[in-house]
Design a protein around this ligand. Structure first.
Ligand code: COA
Length: 193
């Protein structure tokens, strides 16, 4: 499946616009500042260390959405009134296996407003309908309570804990919890609504 050919370039959800974050110096600086303003929570997004400088952000965003062969991306910047609030989408789509990992982050000032819960159904529709995937997964650090709450609140099934399977740059060992949602579970929920 050619993900890029069928990927919507822009999706409007209520007051939000989901679109690719432009790989410019201006946005790279913004992302650098957003992450460095709150290193304590962004350590769960970048467990191997926050960006060292703006050039590193720019280089990542220039390459981020490029086809990596077996793994495709459908990540979107979350914009409201032109302001970048965060990112949400499918971090890795394995088309042959028909699965994808879902991921998100929000700048500190955009948290506590239920934005992820509002946008998640749109990303699920993209995954299960547009890309005809069979399963979505959420992988997160065992200490990342907010993300686990989102998973549970949105009907993802807890599938287990990979004990200390991840070692960060600082040498600490971390456990990863896995949640999943099957297309059939998503369809059942949609039918009830
Ligand atoms: C994950 C993230 C997007 C959540 O932001 P949000 O959607 O606004 O979620 P909230 O801050 O409202 O938190 C969701 C819930 O978790 C709770 N929570 C958040 N941090 C918590 C903590 N450290 N301990 C206990 N509960 C916590 C909140 O109270 C809230 O509970 P409620 O649903 O009962 O009200 C944001 O924290 C973030 O961007 N983190 C860094 C990136 C990241 O971790 N991404 C996911 C990686 S897989």
């Amino acid at each position: 499946m050619n993900i890029d050919a069928i990927k919507p370039s822009e999706i409007k959800v209520a007051e939000f616009v989901l679109k690719q974050i432009p790989a410019t110096l201006e946005y790279a600086q913004q992302i650098f500042d957003i992450f460095h303003e709150d290193p304590e929570s962004f350590k769960y997004w970048m467990e191997y260390g926050l960006y060292k400088d703006v050039d590193e952000v720019l280089s990542e965003y220039q390459n981020k959405y490029k086809d990596k062969g077996f793994c495709k991306y459908a990540m979107y910047g979350i914009f409201k009134n032109g302001e970048l609030l965060g990112e949400i989408g499918l971090g890795c789509i394995y088309t042959r296996r028909q699965t994808a990992e879902i991921g998100w982050w929000l700048r500190k000032s955009a948290r506590g407003q239920g934005i992820i819960d509002k946008l998640l159904p749109t990303i699920e529709k993209l995954a299960f309908e547009t890309y005809d995937l069979h399963k979505l997964t959420i992988w997160t650090d065992k200490e990342n309570i907010a993300t686990q709450k989102h998973a549970e609140k949105n009907g993802y099934v807890y599938e287990g804990c990979l004990r200390e399977e991840n070692t960060w740059n600082d040498g600490t060992h971390h456990s990863t919890v896995l949640y999943g949602k099957l297309k059939s579970e998503w369809q059942q929920k949609a039918a009830v609504k």
